[in-house]
Design a protein around this ligand. Structure first.
Ligand code: ZN
Ligand code: ZN
Ligand code: ZN
Ligand code: ZN
Length: 131
């Protein structure tokens, strides 16, 4: 599937060129090509495109507007991420706000709270957690 906007982009273009995650608003794009970086990777690279190296990155608000109908909010209300409709399911599987079951006391906590929960309430050190 391709997305018809003022120019054509493939779904695979709409990924962060560092972590290959889907981009989500704010859409940060390289000023000389279809290179995108996600918000969290942007912090690490000093506003320079990691592919062209010299090009500046900018917040592409126009594209963000044009893509807005393709985005939907993550189903977990505490997560404020907007994700592409076609990858919402994939995101929800890796979302830090999804419910996770504590394997000690069997209560349900948010995935990003599980580590703290284990340590503070179940007094277990986090070793490894498999989905
Ligand atoms: Zn990224
Ligand atoms: Zn670039
Ligand atoms: Zn989420
Ligand atoms: Zn527990």
């Amino acid at each position: 599937m391709s997305i018809q906007i003022t120019y054509e982009l493939q779904k695979s273009d709409l990924q962060c060129c560092i972590c290959y995650d889907d981009i989500s608003p704010p859409i940060i794009q390289c000023s000389s090509g279809n290179h995108f970086v996600c918000d969290s990777c942007k912090q690490k690279i000093n506003s320079k495109c990691p592919i062209c190296r010299t090009s500046k990155l900018f917040h592409n608000q126009l594209l963000e507007k044009q893509l807005s109908s393709y985005f939907e909010p993550c189903g977990y209300s505490k997560c404020n991420k907007r994700v592409f409709k076609w990858s919402a399911e994939q995101h929800s599987k890796s979302c830090h706000y999804q419910p996770a079951k504590c394997f000690i006391c069997n209560c349900i906590v948010e995935l990003n709270e599980l580590k703290n929960h284990l340590r503070l309430e179940c007094e277990t050190e986090w070793l490894e957690y498999c989905h």
